[in-house]
Design a protein around this ligand. Structure first.
Ligand SMILES: [Fe+2]
Ligand SMILES: [Fe+2]
Length: 287
């Protein structure tokens, strides 16, 4: 399927999606969630357009096609440190609100996790979790890189942000896919469920042989807000998923709320993180 430039990049910056998530799920005791749908912001229209495109185009077939395209990992291969630099070229000058680059978001997340005394693989997860956004640099549409993720192949939950936009998704009129369970069995476990395509699944597949399972759950489902915040897909989870989602929930505040007033000193932290990366990951990662 071919997309127009406006369909590929509705947002000035892909960070606008995460900014919007923080407004939807504000840090406890800051702002009431009810305000989410009403707040006035000129960026709001682009975010809404982003969700419209995401909900329209993320079909079961689209996901299968992206899996076939990207999970061969035959594009390129690079040391993880080069990948961080590559990811950082995503900084968008057209968005003056994005004061932090990708690398700073990753480092702030990992430093906040480290400050709380969590295991080193949890810290590493913070450092890596958005690496999959390199998909944007491969020319992928923003709505196929970021955005809330959700299961495909079964009914779209009303708990997903802007559920009305799913009306334009052909799967919602397809009898195979528009029932509660669709192509899945009750409580079949998320390992048997295909999620909408984006940076979460891509990085999970890239790192699945190297990290402990809780880390992999955090990576794979960190944008699955309909489940880890709204519990809308309990009927697809098995007991193991439920156990592992405690980690996904533990991770989420670090992702959303760990913007430190003073940015971490990248150079000073490099030796620690280089050693941490070397402990768990191979010299090169395949993209
Ligand atoms: Fe993310
Ligand atoms: Fe993130």
């Amino acid at each position: 399927m071919e997309f127009t430039p406006k369909e590929i990049a509705p947002l000035a910056s892909i960070e606008d999606w995460e900014e919007d998530v923080i407004i939807r799920y504000p840090e406890p005791h800051t702002r009431a969630k009810e305000e989410y749908r009403n707040y006035d912001n000129p960026e709001r229209d682009t975010v809404r357009e982003f969700y419209r495109l995401n909900h329209k185009f993320q079909t079961y077939d689209f996901v299968k096609q992206k899996q076939a395209e990207f999970l061969k990992f035959d594009r390129t291969e690079m040391p993880i440190w080069d990948a961080f630099e590559f990811l950082n070229t995503l900084v968008d000058d057209s968005d003056p609100d994005t004061s932090l680059d990708q690398w700073q978001h990753l480092l702030q997340t990992s430093e906040a996790i480290r400050a709380d005394g969590h295991p080193d693989w949890f810290v590493l997860t913070g450092l890596l979790h958005d690496m999959g956004k390199v998909l944007c640099l491969f020319g992928e549409p923003q709505w196929a890189v970021v955005g809330d993720t959700f299961p495909v192949g079964c009914k779209h939950s009303d708990a997903i942000v802007y559920p009305e936009y799913f009306e334009a998704n052909p799967d919602s009129r397809d009898e195979r896919y528009n029932t509660k369970y669709g192509i899945y069995e009750p409580n079949c476990g998320l390992r048997n469920v295909d999620m909408s395509w984006g940076h979460d699944e891509y990085l999970y597949q890239m790192t699945k042989d190297y990290l402990p399972e809780p880390a992999l759950y955090m990576i794979r489902y960190h944008s699955f807000y309909a489940q880890h915040r709204e519990h809308a897909y309990d009927h697809l989870l098995d007991d193991h998923d439920r156990e592992m989602f405690e980690w996904v929930k533990k991770f989420n505040p670090y992702d959303l709320y760990s913007k430190l007033p003073v940015p971490p000193d990248t150079e000073a932290l490099k030796p620690y993180y280089k050693a941490l990366v070397a402990k768990y990951l191979p010299a090169n990662l395949k993209f």
